[in-house]
Write a protein that binds this ligand. Sequence first.
Ligand SMILES: NC(=O)c1ccc[n+]([C@@H]2O[C@H](COP(=O)([O-])OP(=O)(O)OC[C@H]3O[C@@H](n4cnc5c(N)ncnc54)[C@H](O)[C@@H]3O)[C@@H](O)[C@H]2O)c1
Length: 675
Amino acid sequence: MTTDLAAALGVGIPSQLPDLPGCDPAVDRAPRRNAPLSPPERGLALRNALRYFAPDRHPELAPEFAAELAEHGHIYMHRFRPTYPMRMRHPAAYGARSTQAASIMGMIQNNLDPRVAQHPYELVTYGGNGSVFQNWAQYLLTMQYLQRMTDEQTLVLYSGHPLGLFPSHAEAPRVVLTNGMVVPEYTTLDEFDKFNALGVTQYGQMTAGSFMYIGPQGIVHGTTITLLNAGRLYLGTDEDLAGKVFVTSGLGGMSGAQAKAAVIAGAVGVVAEVNPVALRKRHEQGWVQETSDDLDQVLRRIEEARGRGEALSLGYLGNIVDLWERLASDGVHIDLGSDQTSLHNPFGGGYYPAGMSFEAAREAMTADPAGFKEQVHASLRRHVAAVNILSDRGMYFWDYGNAFLVQARDAGADVAGKDAEFRYSSYVEDIMGPICFDYGFGPFRWVCTSCDPEDLAKSDALAAEVIGEQASAAPPEIRRQMLDNKLWIEQADAHDMVVGSQARILYADHAGRRKIAAAFNDAVAAGHISAPIVLGRDHHDVSGTDSPWRETANIRDGSRFLADMAVQNFVGDAMRGATWVSLHNGGGVGWGRVMNGGFGLVLDGSDDAARRAESMLHWDVANGLARRAWARNPGAEFAVGRAMDEDPELTVTLPAHAEDRVVEEALAAAGLDTP
Ligand SMILES: NC(=O)c1ccc[n+]([C@@H]2O[C@H](COP(=O)([O-])OP(=O)(O)OC[C@H]3O[C@@H](n4cnc5c(N)ncnc54)[C@H](O)[C@@H]3O)[C@@H](O)[C@H]2O)c1
């Protein structure tokens, strides 16, 4: 079947220049990027961009691209932005030779869908700078390659740039992609800005640059689990958070999930957001129930909802620092607090300093980068001072994986801990790590490539059946996690969280992921589900990410700064049958601060797909379980023991536990200080 879309994709980069597409004023635009280029480097950036086009087009394109560099700090090649609707379609619509490749094309389009993407014109999916490609030429060429490739080829992408199609074999991944890989010495933020302006690297975040973002639903579930377990661990709550108040910031790509999750958890969630467009988007979507720019009204509403035990999401249009300072000065009791401004990108639009309007901040970040940096630092010091007051009065505050503590420390804010490096913990360190990741539970997800809601409903039912069976036989250590997930999947449709593709997230463990995959593949084979299902996950998982203040924050054998696990995961997934694999520098907490990877796996109902899913998903979780067990994490030792009991082919090196007395006496005898 040749559709108009398929014909357009077959053209790749058009030789006739298309008209400049119009801009919808309602679309949220990325801020100007910092482009610290010397004059020769500006020439290099231009030459780099022109590589995608025949020389006879250069006289027309060069001035246009130079103007983009001057205006936006980056050459996006806006002229080449497609005018067809950007959204995922059934694999048959792409005119591709390979169903696997067609499924990837759908995932790419979903990540650029204006309903899903934060700054769709600048190819940014979430997190302010989480890019799918660096420019529109890369998109066009990649889609053309995917359309024409066979299952005997592999497409290689370097930070969005399609290096080419290379001969491989049917068992190899169809796409191998890396984002932001850099020789470690050259990994400062300034260097990133330079490389990005030159058009040679991009910040892929986690799931943006690997085409696995499924809209904010992806994080709603993780945030709900975090909130419920924070309540259980620190407030003594059991089922839900009725009557408890949670204050945080950010209603952007990922952070928007906080409002929805607060309501699902039964809490009063108050979320500050400085960008009126972001606030409006979440309000229109129904994720934020009420909005206000008046702090008196916000405080009144908090007390009213708290008194009634009402589940509420309230968006405050304003700066989070103003909200925290007012809560502190008025003595309002807050139970749980966090922050999800984009502090992984503090000086490029991720964090808006207090005392400056939103518009003035956008202007200042490129007009006066040094002055702006000082404003950010001053704001962070005020931010932390107010949070500390509320924390002293009993609020439990956590770093939400956005580099809040690291940036606050760099700003000179009072975040030092007594016995630990920081006064507060990361949510993974205290909550998600010991409760979920150590037991193999992580954000497994799937997308129905048919784009048919009925297929999603059928897949939900299959997953609920698997989790239900698992829960009834689960040992006490993991029964709670199973029951939380069972409830989640049973209610998922009612929470109306699908934005863009027909996708679902579910925290499943080692065995659960494989059982669900097998059930889906059987359903596709039987025609019960009408088209292939793409399996994937957030990189924020058991094995996929090495990030010392987030995913690996509860690894305490001194290895949390190392990235062997993420790299091994990428390689291991590739050799066990993933349809595509990705490895990224930066994601969540910022460039240079994390290595993370992920995969996509197409379940087309074939025996091959079933075999690959079984093998790859086994490794994809067992890798992290083994590493966490070696770090002496009790949950992981338990989980890896179960995994070995289930599979005689699995043999994991387990740690011996040294007694404190033996260690201390030996050190003392050697004349060394004891811990
Ligand atoms: N906890 C997790 O699991 C997790 C997952 C993904 C991302 N993250 C991290 O969380 C952060 C947010 O991600 P995102 O995708 O929502 O980013 P985003 O840039 O889409 O949203 C952040 C929002 O914060 C707002 N903001 C910035 N400064 C503010 C201030 N001072 N007061 C009020 N609002 C302010 C921005 O206007 C923006 O809308 C990122 O650093 C990201 O890496 C965490």
